[in-house]
Design a protein around this ligand. Structure first.
Ligand code: ZN
Length: 397
């Protein structure tokens, strides 16, 4: 026992300096509305208007979500202090006082079970067993987080070293540091204090704070999916918006196939053939935004009176459609269209939006996802939805 303690003390003194003294990693703190990339800015959905004056945002902070469906809204300091009271002294020292545990002494170092490593303070899943590797440093090591929005990075110049400290994005618990000497595919090494983590095996029921929020799904086709996806991704309460193809009769279509789907003569098509529509799958928090509010934004961002077309884009892939996941959505979609017609907002023109039960959604190729975040000059829709015009109004002098 004495030898073990001595070894731990030696490791505590020497190894942090050796392991932590390496070049700082290219891991930046989370930024609102940034694409989900590990080596650049992290992705965190933020529902507040960040351009509004500070005095308007001092009330209850708006919710933030990660794309994997967790509530990552920063906890108030008082709540963190309350949670921290339940920690054992070592977990408290590490997470609240930026302590470092002794190398080779943590209980999770040699844990090879399948499961999730959650924040010992607030329960947010931070790392997965699928991304754990043996770094030889004596601390649990991972090459990527559970979700880039769950782990925040902070510049740390203490002890004469340039490092990037990593913290829980929800409760700000100190976790360890990240370095750029990790394995592929990220090249990063997230060096963790085991005391900052609570491990749950895959088969184990995790508590509510370690589970994703309950979400709903809705599907919208309104012409080119780049713009529709981009606008929905910015809506309050939207966790993710994904571009894809839907309602057609071909399984797993490619973009090329969808673009060429109108070229085949009708007589040569198999019976029952139906083309795909470029569709955006929206996953949302129904406690923050309703399906009706999403419908409102959808009809503001495209022209539902154009048949198989949006502006310069012609073809069945650009048709207007609502693909509903249950009877309640179908009823709401039909009622909303009836309401629009009653208000005669389209100068007597008919609304051609098709409303059908959702069939299988096929995600589009990777290069179509987050397209406008990477090519902002390619905006292609006629109107901004209410959540963006409201934002613009709030930012006005
Ligand atoms: Zn936490």
């Amino acid at each position: 026992m004495r030898i073990l303690i001595a070894a731990c003390l030696l490791a505590l003194v020497i190894l942090p300096v050796v392991a932590l003294g390496m070049a700082r990693a290219n891991y930046a703190p989370p930024a609102a509305d940034a694409p989900a990339k590990l080596t650049t800015k992290q992705s965190t959905k933020q529902t507040t208007d960040t351009t509004a004056p500070a005095k308007e945002t001092t009330a209850v902070p708006a919710k933030k979500y990660s794309r994997s469906g967790y509530d990552v809204t920063p906890l108030p300091r008082a709540k963190v202090e309350e949670l921290a009271k339940k920690l054992d002294p070592e977990a408290y020292r590490v997470t609240q006082k930026a302590g470092t545990e002794a190398a080779f002494c943590g209980t999770l170092l040699d844990n090879h079970k399948d499961g999730a490593y959650c924040c010992v303070v607030c329960g947010l899943p931070l790392f997965s067993s699928a991304n754990k590797f043996n770094s030889g440093t004596g601390w649990p090591s991972f090459f990527q987080p559970f979700d880039v929005a769950h782990v925040a990075g902070k510049q740390d110049n203490s002890h004469g070293m340039e490092r990037v400290e990593i913290n829980c994005a929800r409760c700000d618990a100190h976790l360890g540091h990240v370095f750029d000497d990790g394995p592929k595919p990220t090249g990063l090494r997230f060096c963790l204090n085991g005391a900052a983590l609570k491990f749950y095996e895959k088969s184990e029921q995790r508590p509510a704070e370690s589970m994703p929020i309950k979400t709903e799904t809705a599907y919208f086709a309104g012409g080119c999916f780049w713009g529709i996806e981009h606008y929905f991704q910015q809506a309050p309460g939207v966790i993710s918006a994904e571009s894809g193809y839907m309602q057609g009769s071909v399984d797993k279509p490619t973009y090329k196939e969808v673009c060429e789907q109108d070229d085949t003569a009708a007589s040569k098509r198999p019976a029952g053939y139906k083309p795909h529509a470029e569709t955006v799958k929206v996953t949302f928090d129904p406690t923050t935004i309703s399906y009706k509010d999403l419908l409102r934004g959808f009809f503001e961002m495209h022209d539902p009176t154009q048949m198989n077309r949006q502006g310069p884009d012609y073809g069945t892939q650009y048709r207007s459609g609502l693909y509903t996941t249950d009877d309640a959505q179908a009823a709401e979609a039909k009622a909303f269209v009836a309401e629009l017609l009653a208000k005669n907002l389209f100068s007597g023109r008919k609304i051609v939006t098709e409303i059908e039960p959702a069939k299988t959604f096929f995600p589009a190729e990777a290069y179509h996802q987050d397209y406008l975040e990477q090519h902002p000059e390619r905006g292609c829709h006629i109107g901004k939805p209410w959540w963006l015009t409201k934002k613009a109004a709030a930012a006005a002098p």
